[in-house]
Design a protein around this ligand. Structure first.
Ligand code: GLN
Length: 536
């Protein structure tokens, strides 16, 4: 059976957190730089329909696509590396697979048959893998299988891979990512965990074509030979994946190992041109030789787990490079900030970002933080809940609406400056029911934001239920907080700015989801630019 799209599966063994997402994104980058059209998909073996209802402590940030899918944070890496948008089809969970099989069963589509993991669940998985391939836009689809080989919950996925390897013989390959640990007592790198992990895959009927070996030290030729021989892969298909200073080094490390060439060879595809990575290399050069340094306070309630704010911290890396500056982030727990300690906690920061979030925990610390930034004229960027806190703070301390709040926290508050959208009021299901995905926004000419974007019409991604309450808009604008971004259809306020402040911007949308290496986000770039100017 022949198929025009080629499929690369990426599995992981030995342990989790080996960085399958970064290896997948790096390979995709190299193939893209050779002129192939590539996309990456993540299959997650958990039973949640999507990560939208997950606490960030579980799996880190929830990434949002243009089409409003709430997805795994690896999709953020895919977009940042490839500079192409992903969609709902790029992230599938076990929950979604089962839900759709069960829906089909209820509709009678299985014609009275017993519905089973094999073939019904595996067929559904195979269909989901091929949705992207069948679009006709991609030469190569890279599918990352979440979890670790050997886990009970990933068995149906590995079985689906086995079937596809058999059905599309020449169009599929498997890259297995493993760990080659260094035993200090023995002074040696050990290949046994890799051998066992490959055996486990073989028991499930899958022979990997390429092994990517995570290691802290060089894999010498002897070790590579040993791994090749005991795992049945060719010598050039044993790829060393050394720890890197930054994830943005990984494509170049993989290029040095010729991962892209080996993949193309195994898929019988021409190598085409030598990858053009000029932009990437110049990004790395500037990343590694900053001319100045700034420190931004990131105030949020999940700061113990930095993955909760992955897209924001990556956006700062991109914006730093654009400004030839190193952006240090000081992670500040919003729960720890009070009126009495705010000055000492935030002292010395060059800029402040108040993070998105849900619920009441830490919100008073966020509001105090905004007051500090506004009064001390420290460049400020508020995202989603961060913008809402800026609105609440202004209402309380400038407009003297002492009881101002969001109805998310105080449902019957006297001055609901942030309140629920009418269409959200009857919703009782938590999953997938927020204002999600890309919406248009018109900007006020001459504002900080329109200067940053260099256009007056933009589209950005949303993920929230509550909105600026337009009943108060006139009062805000008369007193110096302007709505400089509005939704053209609904008039909803999407951006607020302060006059008489070096740079004070709050956005209801999430700009961090759209920052990439090739296209650092204009608002983050402008924020760091303002921070640098203010510092001088
Ligand atoms: N909790 C707020 C809302 O739902 C903000 C959400 C966010 O910061 N993503 O509107």
């Amino acid at each position: 059976m022949s198929n025009s799209t080629k499929y690369v599966f990426v599995t992981g063994g030995v342990t989790s957190s080996l960085g399958k997402g970064i290896i997948s994104a790096s390979l995709a980058k190299l193939l893209q730089a050779r002129g192939y059209s590539v996309t990456i998909q993540k299959l997650d073996p958990y039973i949640n329909i999507d990560p939208g209802t997950l606490n960030p402590y579980e799996h880190g940030e929830c990434f949002v696509t243009d089409d409003g899918a709430e997805t795994d944070l690896d999709l953020g890496h895919y977009e940042r590396f490839l500079n192409t948008p992903t969609s709902q089809a790029n992230n599938v969970t076990t929950g979604r697979i089962y839900q759709s099989v069960i829906d089909k069963e209820r509709r009678g589509e299985f014609l009275g048959k017993t519905v089973q993991v094999i073939p019904h669940i595996t067929n559904e998985i195979k269909e989901r893998i091929q949705i992207l391939g069948k679009k006709g836009t991609y030469d190569i689809v890279i599918t990352e299988i979440g979890g670790t080989v050997g886990d009970i919950e990933s068995l149906p996925y590995v079985e689906a891979v086995r079937q596809m390897m058999w059905e599309f013989e020449n169009d599929c390959i498997v890259i297995h990512l493993t760990l080659v640990p260094y035993l200090r007592a023995a002074g040696e790198l050990k290949t046994k965990p890799t051998q066992h992990s490959v055996k486990q895959l073989l028991e499930l009927g899958v022979q990997p074509d390429i092994l990517c070996c995570r290691t802290e030290y060089e894999l010498d030729l002897n070790l590579r030979r040993k791994i090749a021989q005991f795992c049945n892969v060719s010598l050039n298909a044993v790829i060393e994946s050394r720890d890197a200073d930054t994830i943005y080094d990984v494509p170049l490390l993989m290029q040095a190992e010729e991962l892209d060439k080996v993949v193309l060879d195994k898929l019988s595809l021409p190598t085409k041109s030598i990858p053009n990575l000029d932009n990437w290399k110049s990004f790395l050069r500037r990343l590694k030789a900053p001319k100045s340094e700034v420190t931004i306070g990131l105030v949020g309630k999940y700061v113990e787990l930095k993955d909760s704010y992955k897209s924001i911290s990556e956006s700062f890396i991109h914006a730093g490079v654009s400004n030839e500056a190193k952006v240090n982030i000081r992670w500040i727990h919003s729960e720890k900030i009070t009126r009495s300690n705010v000055d000492s906690e935030l002292k010395g920061l060059d800029g402040i970002l108040v993070a998105p979030g849900f619920g009441s925990r830490g919100i008073s610390g966020k509001i105090e933080t905004v007051r500090y930034a506004r009064e001390n004229k420290v460049p400020f960027f508020g995202i989603c809940l961060g913008m809402q806190c800026a609105v609440i703070e202004f209402a309380r301390n400038v407009l003297s609406l002492t009881e101002a709040h969001t109805t998310e926290i105080v449902n019957d508050c006297k001055a609901p400056v942030i309140s629920m959208m009418e269409e959200q009021k009857d919703i009782s299901n938590m999953g997938g029911t927020m204002r999600l995905g890309a919406y248009k926004c018109n900007l006020t000419p001459g504002s900080h934001v329109s200067t940053a974007y260099n256009t007056d019409s933009i589209s950005e991604r949303h993920r929230h239920r509550y909105e600026f309450n337009n009943d108060y808009l006139e009062q805000f604008e008369e007193n110096g907080m302007k709505a400089t971004g509005r939704n053209p259809e609904t008039g909803l306020v999407e951006v607020i700015e302060l006059e008489d402040h070096p740079w004070f911007v709050g956005t209801q949308f999430h700009p961090e989801y759209k920052s990439t290496v090739d296209n650092p986000h204009p608002l983050f770039v402008a924020f760091i630019d303002a921070v640098l100017k203010n510092k001088k």
